[in-house]
Design a protein around this ligand. Structure first.
Ligand code: ZN
Length: 441
């Protein structure tokens, strides 16, 4: 945060100011240390440093291409005490999430995932019309719509007003705000505690993890169930998914660390599913520590052992990750350079956040990719942050017949290769960059 003296000095000099908008940085000043957001230990160890990057959802208009663009560090640390892998809060969540361009309903496979989840919860926990389901970061109502169809009362909590408005139009009650202890206490006081409290891909986006988990405990009925899905740190390391690191993701969890955080707030993880979503996620099931009605599944102990064997309780396993990332960059660039030298045309598919981390870290611009395409009309006509690659409607690929299509949302590669199978009509090929560059002809 800028001190008053600094502000005055800058004003006094009347220097042209970079266009930072309302971005607030809440970083320690030089000489101060950054502390673990869970256990408060001083962060002394690097997990990986991806250099400087713009906010990955900050798609640019043509006019903005000629303006200055803010870049922030993507330097990820690991805590030597609780092993929480984390990014300091380089950018405030208010800035990132208040107007967000990610609409969950644009992915068919994600919608199917949400529908299956609802079917499973209804069956396993007897969720019905007498229940009350709350989803934190409910996005555009991609999941709660399936509860609405069954007549089960639900509430969404979503900080991005533009996205919450889409959910409200579908008839899904949605509170526009950030979730934490304050909002939980308010809802609980109104008698609106949850039978089922869920959050998909939100835990990693929370800067104050203790406030958030404490809030979940308050919002949960005595025999209620919490489910949270988040990308599994072990998968990120094994599958080399460094491109899922971006400013929006403040924390990267192993099961062991997640368990420690929930336990610190009186919540017990009683089951866990390993899911294929987002390259490998965990769905954890939590209950109040005092709730004796749900036994702890053997899957909990099995995963603890698996993580320990992989080395997630020793610092050395974390410090070898960075070199693996550097080598991935060299290999991808080698492929792109050789392909361009042979006169081929390469374009991108998708404009996901992870694509922007990859392209910025590897410095891949229009010198390699002519353009990318995306199904979301909110992204079409805009440009990728940092690299300024233009985003078109997917039909552009049919019109221009590129030799290679680089799939940026690699977690959806099966779905995308199926949708785009017509590229084979002109002998086009797909390329997937992660875990290591691979061509599918
Ligand atoms: Zn820690």
């Amino acid at each position: 945060m800028q001190s008053e003296t600094d502000t005055q000095r800058t004003r006094g000099q009347e220097l042209p100011q970079p266009r930072l908008g309302n971005i607030q940085q809440s970083l320690p000043r030089a000489g101060e240390s950054t502390r673990c957001r869970f256990c408060q230990s001083e962060l002394q160890h690097t997990f990986v440093d991806l250099g400087m990057s713009p906010l990955c959802e900050n798609y640019l208009t043509a006019e903005q291409l000629n303006q200055m663009e803010p870049f922030f560090p993507l330097h990820v640390h690991v805590c030597h005490r609780c092993f929480l892998v984390q990014l300091p809060e380089y950018v405030s969540p208010e800035h990132i999430f208040s107007e967000y361009a990610y609409y969950s309903s644009y992915s068919d496979s994600w919608l199917q995932h949400a529908r299956r989840y609802v079917d499973q919860m209804v069956e396993r926990f007897g969720i019905d019309k007498r229940s009350f389901v709350i989803e934190i970061a409910s996005n555009d109502g991609y999941l709660l719509q399936y509860l609405l169809q069954r007549g089960i009362p639900s509430l969404g909590i979503e900080p991005a007003a533009n996205i919450a408005a889409v959910a409200s139009e579908k008839g899904i009650p949605t509170l526009v705000r950030f979730f934490g202890l304050d909002s939980a206490q308010q809802l609980a006081a109104e008698g609106r505690q949850a039978t089922l409290l869920l959050g998909n891909n939100v835990l990693s986006q929370v800067p104050d993890i203790n406030d958030f988990v404490a809030g979940m405990r308050v919002l949960l009925k005595p025999q209620g169930v919490i489910t949270m899905e988040f990308p599994h740190l072990m998968k990120l390391m094994v599958e080399n998914q460094f491109d899922t690191i971006y400013h929006e993701h403040f924390s990267y969890f192993s099961f062991l660390t997640a368990e420690a955080i929930f336990a610190a707030h009186g919540l017990t993880l009683f089951d866990v599913d390993e899911l294929p979503t987002h390259g490998g996620s965990l769905r954890i099931y939590a209950r109040h520590k005092e709730d004796g009605t749900k036994a702890i599944s053997p899957r909990v102990q099995a995963l603890r052992i698996q993580e320990e064997r992989f080395g997630l309780t020793c610092l050395e396993s974390y410090s070898s990750f960075a070199e693996q990332v550097h080598e991935t960059k060299r290999r991808l660039l080698k492929f792109l350079i050789q392909t361009k030298r042979s006169g081929k045309i390469i374009v991108g598919y998708g404009a996901p956040g992870k694509g922007n981390t990859l392209l910025n870290y590897c410095a891949i611009g229009r010198d390699f990719l002519d353009y990318t395409v995306d199904r979301s009309p909110f992204k079409q006509g805009k440009f990728l942050p940092g690299t300024h690659i233009p985003i078109f409607h997917p039909d552009r690929i049919k019109q221009t017949h590129p030799d290679y299509v680089l799939i940026l949302p690699w977690n959806l590669k099966g779905e995308i290769m199926q949708q785009m199978s017509y590229v084979r009509e002109w002998d086009g090929k797909f390329v997937v960059p992660i875990p290591t560059v691979k061509v599918y002809s």
